[in-house]
Design a protein around this ligand. Sequence first.
Ligand SMILES: [Zn+2]
Length: 276
Amino acid sequence: MKEFLAGSAGVLGAIIGSFLNVVIYRLPRKKSLGATGRSYCPHCTMTIAWHDNIPILSYLFLLGRCRHCRMRIAPRYLAVEILCALLFVLAYLRAEVLAWNPLWLAFGVGAAYSAISLAAFFIDSEHDTVPNRLTYALAAVGFLGAIGVPEIHGTRLFGADLLDSGIKAGAASLLNGLLGAAIGAGLVMLLRPLAARRLRLRGGHIRLLVASGLLLGPAGALTATGVALALWAVLGVVSWLRGRSPQALGPLLSLGGVAALLYGGEILEFLVRHDM
Ligand SMILES: [Zn+2]
Protein backbone atom coordinates (compact mmCIF):
# COMPACT_ATOMS: atom_id res chain seq x y z
CA MET A 1 0.00 0.00 0.00
CA LYS A 2 2.79 2.38 0.97
CA GLU A 3 4.62 1.70 -2.32
CA PHE A 4 1.42 2.22 -4.29
CA LEU A 5 0.74 5.57 -2.61
CA ALA A 6 4.35 6.69 -3.09
CA GLY A 7 4.12 5.73 -6.78
CA SER A 8 0.83 7.58 -7.16
CA ALA A 9 2.42 10.64 -5.56
CA GLY A 10 5.19 10.41 -8.17
CA VAL A 11 2.72 10.24 -11.07
CA LEU A 12 0.79 13.20 -9.64
CA GLY A 13 4.12 15.05 -9.27
CA ALA A 14 4.99 14.48 -12.94
CA ILE A 15 1.59 15.86 -14.00
CA ILE A 16 1.95 18.91 -11.71
CA GLY A 17 5.52 19.30 -13.03
CA SER A 18 4.11 19.52 -16.55
CA PHE A 19 1.87 22.37 -15.37
CA LEU A 20 4.82 24.01 -13.57
CA ASN A 21 6.64 24.19 -16.90
CA VAL A 22 3.77 26.36 -18.17
CA VAL A 23 3.98 28.50 -15.01
CA ILE A 24 7.78 28.84 -15.30
CA TYR A 25 7.46 29.96 -18.92
CA ARG A 26 4.37 32.17 -18.71
CA LEU A 27 4.39 33.80 -15.26
CA PRO A 28 7.52 35.96 -15.72
CA ARG A 29 6.31 36.88 -19.23
CA LYS A 30 2.96 38.06 -17.82
CA LYS A 31 1.02 35.57 -19.98
CA SER A 32 -2.26 33.92 -18.95
CA LEU A 33 -2.09 30.60 -17.08
CA GLY A 34 -5.71 29.81 -17.99
CA ALA A 35 -6.82 26.55 -19.56
CA THR A 36 -7.79 28.47 -22.74
CA GLY A 37 -4.15 28.94 -23.66
CA ARG A 38 -3.21 25.47 -24.94
CA SER A 39 0.45 24.50 -24.97
CA TYR A 40 2.22 25.31 -28.21
CA CYS A 41 5.72 25.03 -29.63
CA PRO A 42 7.41 28.42 -29.12
CA HIS A 43 9.30 27.93 -32.39
CA CYS A 44 6.66 26.87 -34.96
CA THR A 45 3.64 27.87 -32.75
CA MET A 46 1.88 24.55 -33.58
CA THR A 47 -0.49 23.42 -30.80
CA ILE A 48 0.85 20.37 -28.95
CA ALA A 49 -1.53 17.37 -29.11
CA TRP A 50 -2.45 15.69 -25.80
CA HIS A 51 -0.54 12.52 -26.72
CA ASP A 52 2.62 14.59 -27.23
CA ASN A 53 2.08 16.28 -23.87
CA ILE A 54 2.30 13.28 -21.50
CA PRO A 55 4.71 14.17 -18.68
CA ILE A 56 8.23 12.70 -18.97
CA LEU A 57 7.20 9.97 -21.50
CA SER A 58 6.48 12.30 -24.43
CA TYR A 59 9.78 14.10 -24.03
CA LEU A 60 11.67 10.79 -24.09
CA PHE A 61 9.60 9.40 -26.97
CA LEU A 62 10.10 12.51 -29.14
CA LEU A 63 13.78 12.63 -28.05
CA GLY A 64 13.28 16.18 -26.80
CA ARG A 65 12.20 17.63 -30.16
CA CYS A 66 9.00 19.21 -31.51
CA ARG A 67 7.04 16.70 -33.66
CA HIS A 68 6.40 19.29 -36.35
CA CYS A 69 9.51 21.44 -36.72
CA ARG A 70 11.99 19.09 -34.96
CA MET A 71 13.22 22.09 -32.95
CA ARG A 72 14.92 21.14 -29.70
CA ILE A 73 12.73 21.43 -26.56
CA ALA A 74 14.71 22.76 -23.58
CA PRO A 75 15.85 19.89 -21.30
CA ARG A 76 14.43 21.99 -18.45
CA TYR A 77 10.95 20.65 -19.34
CA LEU A 78 12.03 17.09 -18.64
CA ALA A 79 14.05 18.14 -15.56
CA VAL A 80 11.09 19.95 -13.96
CA GLU A 81 8.76 16.97 -14.49
CA ILE A 82 11.25 14.46 -13.06
CA LEU A 83 12.19 16.71 -10.12
CA CYS A 84 8.55 17.38 -9.29
CA ALA A 85 7.76 13.65 -9.39
CA LEU A 86 10.71 12.99 -7.08
CA LEU A 87 9.74 15.79 -4.66
CA PHE A 88 6.16 14.47 -4.45
CA VAL A 89 7.45 11.00 -3.54
CA LEU A 90 9.72 12.54 -0.87
CA ALA A 91 6.84 14.71 0.41
CA TYR A 92 4.73 11.57 0.72
CA LEU A 93 7.47 9.69 2.59
CA ARG A 94 7.93 12.71 4.88
CA ALA A 95 4.17 12.82 5.57
CA GLU A 96 4.35 9.11 6.47
CA VAL A 97 7.10 9.82 8.99
CA LEU A 98 5.13 12.75 10.45
CA ALA A 99 2.19 10.34 10.80
CA TRP A 100 -0.09 13.36 10.97
CA ASN A 101 -3.79 12.68 10.67
CA PRO A 102 -5.13 13.31 8.02
CA LEU A 103 -2.17 12.09 5.97
CA TRP A 104 -3.38 13.74 2.77
CA LEU A 105 -3.19 17.19 4.42
CA ALA A 106 0.40 16.67 5.55
CA PHE A 107 1.28 15.36 2.07
CA GLY A 108 -0.66 18.13 0.30
CA VAL A 109 1.06 20.89 2.23
CA GLY A 110 4.53 19.40 1.67
CA ALA A 111 3.89 18.69 -2.02
CA ALA A 112 2.42 22.16 -2.69
CA TYR A 113 5.32 23.83 -0.90
CA SER A 114 7.84 21.77 -2.91
CA ALA A 115 6.09 22.43 -6.24
CA ILE A 116 5.90 26.21 -5.72
CA SER A 117 9.52 26.29 -4.56
CA LEU A 118 10.55 24.36 -7.67
CA ALA A 119 8.86 26.94 -9.92
CA ALA A 120 10.42 29.76 -7.87
CA PHE A 121 13.86 28.16 -8.26
CA PHE A 122 13.69 27.99 -12.06
CA ILE A 123 12.08 31.43 -12.55
CA ASP A 124 14.56 33.01 -10.13
CA SER A 125 17.53 31.30 -11.83
CA GLU A 126 16.50 32.69 -15.21
CA HIS A 127 14.99 36.09 -14.35
CA ASP A 128 16.65 36.96 -11.02
CA THR A 129 13.27 37.55 -9.36
CA VAL A 130 10.42 35.67 -7.69
CA PRO A 131 6.93 36.66 -8.93
CA ASN A 132 4.58 37.87 -6.19
CA ARG A 133 1.92 35.35 -7.21
CA LEU A 134 4.28 32.53 -6.29
CA THR A 135 5.21 34.01 -2.90
CA TYR A 136 1.54 34.67 -2.07
CA ALA A 137 0.65 31.08 -3.00
CA LEU A 138 3.56 29.90 -0.83
CA ALA A 139 2.34 32.06 2.07
CA ALA A 140 -1.16 30.57 1.76
CA VAL A 141 0.32 27.05 1.90
CA GLY A 142 2.52 28.09 4.83
CA PHE A 143 -0.45 29.48 6.75
CA LEU A 144 -2.52 26.35 6.09
CA GLY A 145 0.39 24.13 7.12
CA ALA A 146 1.09 26.12 10.29
CA ILE A 147 -2.44 25.76 11.62
CA GLY A 148 -3.41 22.45 9.96
CA VAL A 149 -0.26 20.37 10.43
CA PRO A 150 1.52 21.50 13.65
CA GLU A 151 3.79 18.45 13.39
CA ILE A 152 5.48 20.09 10.40
CA HIS A 153 7.54 22.34 12.74
CA GLY A 154 8.41 19.41 14.94
CA THR A 155 6.52 19.09 18.18
CA ARG A 156 8.79 21.16 20.36
CA LEU A 157 8.46 24.91 20.79
CA PHE A 158 11.10 26.61 22.94
CA GLY A 159 11.80 23.34 24.70
CA ALA A 160 8.17 22.89 25.73
CA ASP A 161 6.20 20.07 24.17
CA LEU A 162 3.94 21.80 21.66
CA LEU A 163 1.16 19.25 21.65
CA ASP A 164 1.15 18.86 25.44
CA SER A 165 1.16 22.58 26.12
CA GLY A 166 -1.95 24.27 27.48
CA ILE A 167 -2.34 26.36 24.32
CA LYS A 168 -4.16 24.63 21.50
CA ALA A 169 -1.64 22.99 19.18
CA GLY A 170 -2.83 24.93 16.12
CA ALA A 171 -2.48 28.32 17.77
CA ALA A 172 0.93 27.45 19.23
CA SER A 173 2.03 26.19 15.84
CA LEU A 174 0.85 29.38 14.12
CA LEU A 175 2.88 31.38 16.64
CA ASN A 176 5.85 29.20 15.79
CA GLY A 177 5.22 29.88 12.09
CA LEU A 178 4.98 33.65 12.58
CA LEU A 179 8.26 33.55 14.48
CA GLY A 180 9.78 31.58 11.60
CA ALA A 181 8.49 34.20 9.14
CA ALA A 182 10.03 37.02 11.21
CA ILE A 183 13.36 35.20 11.47
CA GLY A 184 13.36 34.39 7.75
CA ALA A 185 12.66 38.02 6.79
CA GLY A 186 15.22 39.24 9.32
CA LEU A 187 17.92 36.96 7.91
CA VAL A 188 17.43 38.18 4.33
CA MET A 189 17.30 41.82 5.46
CA LEU A 190 20.52 41.25 7.39
CA LEU A 191 22.26 39.54 4.46
CA ARG A 192 21.18 42.05 1.82
CA PRO A 193 23.32 45.05 2.83
CA LEU A 194 26.26 42.78 3.70
CA ALA A 195 26.81 41.62 0.14
CA ALA A 196 24.14 43.17 -2.06
CA ARG A 197 26.05 42.75 -5.30
CA ARG A 198 27.31 39.24 -4.66
CA LEU A 199 24.12 37.72 -3.23
CA ARG A 200 21.75 39.54 -5.64
CA LEU A 201 18.86 39.53 -3.12
CA ARG A 202 15.70 41.52 -3.80
CA GLY A 203 12.47 42.39 -2.03
CA GLY A 204 10.89 39.26 -3.47
CA HIS A 205 13.34 37.16 -1.49
CA ILE A 206 12.22 38.75 1.79
CA ARG A 207 8.63 37.83 0.92
CA LEU A 208 9.81 34.33 -0.08
CA LEU A 209 11.39 33.72 3.33
CA VAL A 210 8.39 35.17 5.17
CA ALA A 211 6.19 32.65 3.35
CA SER A 212 8.69 29.82 3.91
CA GLY A 213 9.16 30.68 7.57
CA LEU A 214 5.42 30.41 8.17
CA LEU A 215 5.57 26.75 7.23
CA LEU A 216 9.07 25.89 8.43
CA GLY A 217 9.10 27.67 11.80
CA PRO A 218 12.17 29.39 13.30
CA ALA A 219 14.47 26.34 13.20
CA GLY A 220 13.37 25.57 9.63
CA ALA A 221 13.89 29.16 8.46
CA LEU A 222 17.42 29.10 9.91
CA THR A 223 18.10 25.70 8.34
CA ALA A 224 16.81 26.87 4.92
CA THR A 225 19.03 29.96 4.95
CA GLY A 226 22.01 28.00 6.28
CA VAL A 227 21.70 25.37 3.54
CA ALA A 228 21.36 28.13 0.91
CA LEU A 229 24.46 29.97 2.17
CA ALA A 230 26.50 26.74 2.33
CA LEU A 231 25.54 25.86 -1.27
CA TRP A 232 26.21 29.46 -2.34
CA ALA A 233 29.71 29.33 -0.85
CA VAL A 234 30.53 26.04 -2.60
CA LEU A 235 29.10 27.19 -5.95
CA GLY A 236 30.84 30.54 -5.46
CA VAL A 237 34.24 28.85 -5.30
CA VAL A 238 33.40 26.76 -8.38
CA SER A 239 32.32 29.80 -10.45
CA TRP A 240 35.34 31.78 -9.19
CA LEU A 241 37.65 29.00 -10.37
CA ARG A 242 35.94 28.96 -13.75
CA GLY A 243 36.01 32.75 -14.01
CA ARG A 244 32.23 33.06 -14.07
CA SER A 245 30.05 35.63 -12.27
CA PRO A 246 29.01 34.52 -8.75
CA GLN A 247 25.86 32.47 -8.20
CA ALA A 248 22.86 34.44 -6.87
CA LEU A 249 21.59 33.38 -3.44
CA GLY A 250 17.86 33.71 -4.33
CA PRO A 251 17.25 30.38 -6.12
CA LEU A 252 19.25 28.59 -3.42
CA LEU A 253 16.84 29.92 -0.78
CA SER A 254 14.03 28.03 -2.54
CA LEU A 255 16.23 24.93 -2.59
CA GLY A 256 17.15 25.37 1.09
CA GLY A 257 13.47 25.69 1.99
CA VAL A 258 12.65 22.34 0.40
CA ALA A 259 15.68 20.74 2.10
CA ALA A 260 14.55 22.14 5.46
CA LEU A 261 10.99 20.91 4.89
CA LEU A 262 11.97 17.37 3.90
CA TYR A 263 15.12 16.87 6.01
CA GLY A 264 15.20 19.77 8.50
CA GLY A 265 15.22 17.46 11.53
CA GLU A 266 18.00 15.28 10.11
CA ILE A 267 20.13 18.32 9.15
CA LEU A 268 19.85 19.84 12.66
CA GLU A 269 20.55 16.46 14.26
CA PHE A 270 23.66 16.05 12.11
CA LEU A 271 24.95 19.52 13.09
CA VAL A 272 24.33 18.89 16.80
CA ARG A 273 25.98 15.47 16.68
CA HIS A 274 29.11 16.95 15.06
CA ASP A 275 29.21 19.94 17.43
CA MET A 276 28.74 22.44 14.61
ZN1 LIG B 1 7.69 23.21 -33.35
